[in-house]
Design a protein around this ligand. Structure first.
Ligand SMILES: Cc1cc2nc3c(=O)[nH]c(=O)nc-3n(C[C@H](O)[C@H](O)[C@H](O)COP(=O)(O)O)c2cc1C
Ligand code: SF4
Ligand code: SF4
Length: 364
């Protein structure tokens, strides 16, 4: 990522890092780096409400900092970052605006810059981040304007677009963070017949983690970027998952909304305890170790597997029987479960869903 981090926990851009005091809380909680809420030339109004929660998912309509650039000068002046790094997230709507902002935040003491190019909220910037030549010019302007490292924050769509990733690599970028929030809607109130939010928002939190994991692995396998992974991280196990897929570092975001700043300290403590218990003293020892277990779909040969009971089951749950769309599972008279190996297609659904781990797949 171009900056040396004391630990791989980075606080992502967002309102938990909206001013000097909140950034200080992140450093005090132990963050290796903190990324500011995205700074633009002008202050942006906070709309109310702007945070939503539904079915465990977090939604927001919060776009950019409510402070303007000059206010940021005062905010970061007193921040004691110790060995932590301060990364400024920036966005501008023209090449000149972006390069001006980049120079300004470098003067404010930024250790690195993250360009927030693909936020899912609003429509104003869509033409830029959907159009590779524009993207290239915007990013090139930032890279040329400063001497500090420049990361680009990618949406899921941008991260899996070869055109997009090529255009920012050509502009001189060597590190990316991914993913930004997905575009989401908290639902429709069917009684009032209205959307539960007045506009599309960012969908974040634990449910987007599988998308973020797949994005990290895809970026690692198909690009040479260093990756700062973000999306749904809520515990040390998730940090390890991303590191094992090749992430250089990870970012915490919604977990701070859900659990407070103490989540940073808790995750760091648990991560270090896990590593210490295994005698691992260097993240390089685990980074990317899971990637070789991930093959392209086309390389996987169809293997004849069938489900078998690992023992008797008299449980009344019936999840396996109800979910087998191939009708391979029946309940025999005594109440136990029988799987017909002639009918079973080895799809794995009953194994995945059995709460008692009473079924396994075996080679036929
Ligand atoms: C309320 C809120 C505000 C956010 N503001 C920003 C922002 O200013 N700039 C940015 O690049 N990302 C912003 N994000 C996106 C997060 O940095 C992160 O990419 C996203 O939340 C996914 O991570 P998570 O699932 O761990 O929350 C925001 C997210 C939330 C929930
Ligand atoms: S593996 Fe699939 S087909 Fe076989 S019994 Fe289980 S659900 Fe049915
Ligand atoms: S899902 Fe598992 S626990 Fe439930 S009936 Fe089937 S085998 Fe038994």
């Amino acid at each position: 990522m171009g900056v040396q981090l004391k630990n791989p926990l980075v606080v992502a851009a967002g309102p938990w890092a909206r001013d000097g005091a909140s950034i200080q809380r992140c450093f005090d909680a132990g963050a290796g780096a903190v990324i500011t809420e995205t700074v633009t030339l002008e202050a942006h109004n906070n709309i109310c409400p702007r945070l939503y929660f539904r079915d465990g998912g977090t939604f927001n309509t919060k776009l950019y900092s409510h402070l303007h650039l000059e206010q940021w000068e005062d905010e970061v002046e007193g921040v004691r970052k110790g060995e932590g790094k301060l990364i400024f997230s920036i966005w501008g709507s023209s090449v000149s605006e972006l390069s001006y902002l980049a120079q300004k935040v470098e003067c404010l003491g930024a250790d690195a810059i993250e360009v927030s190019i693909s936020a899912p909220i609003g429509t104003r910037n869509q033409a830029i981040h959907n159009h590779s030549p524009h993207t290239h010019d915007f990013i090139q302007a930032v890279v040329d304007a400063v001497d500090i490292p420049v990361m680009v924050k990618l949406s899921y769509e941008a991260a899996i677009s070869p055109d997009f990733t090529r255009s920012i690599a050509d502009a001189g970028v060597t590190a990316v963070s991914a993913i930004d929030a997905l575009k989401g809607l908290a639902g429709v109130g069917i009684t009032g017949r209205k959307a539960r939010m007045p506009t599309y928002g960012g969908y974040t939190g634990p449910q987007i983690r599988p998308v973020a994991l797949a994005t990290t692995a895809t970026l690692k396998q198909h690009t040479s970027f260093q990756i700062c992974s973000v999306g749904g991280i809520a515990g040390y196990e998730h940090v390890l998952e991303f590191l094992m897929l090749g992430a250089q570092a990870v970012q915490l975001a919604s977990v701070i909304l859900l659990q407070g700043y103490g989540a940073i300290t808790d995750i760091l403590r648990d991560l270090e305890a896990w590593l210490a218990a295994r005698g691992i003293d260097d993240y390089a020892g685990i980074r990317g170790c899971a990637l070789e277990s991930l093959s392209p779909f086309e390389d996987i040969s169809p293997a004849p597997l069938a489900a078998h009971m690992t023992g008797d089951c008299c449980e009344p749950c019936q999840i396996c029987r109800q979910g087998c769309i191939y009708h391979a599972i029946s309940r025999i008279e005594e109440g136990s479960i029988r799987i017909d190996p002639e009918v079973c297609t080895g799809c794995g659904w009953c194994v995945a869903r059995c709460p008692g781990t009473k079924i396994e797949l075996r080679w036929e």
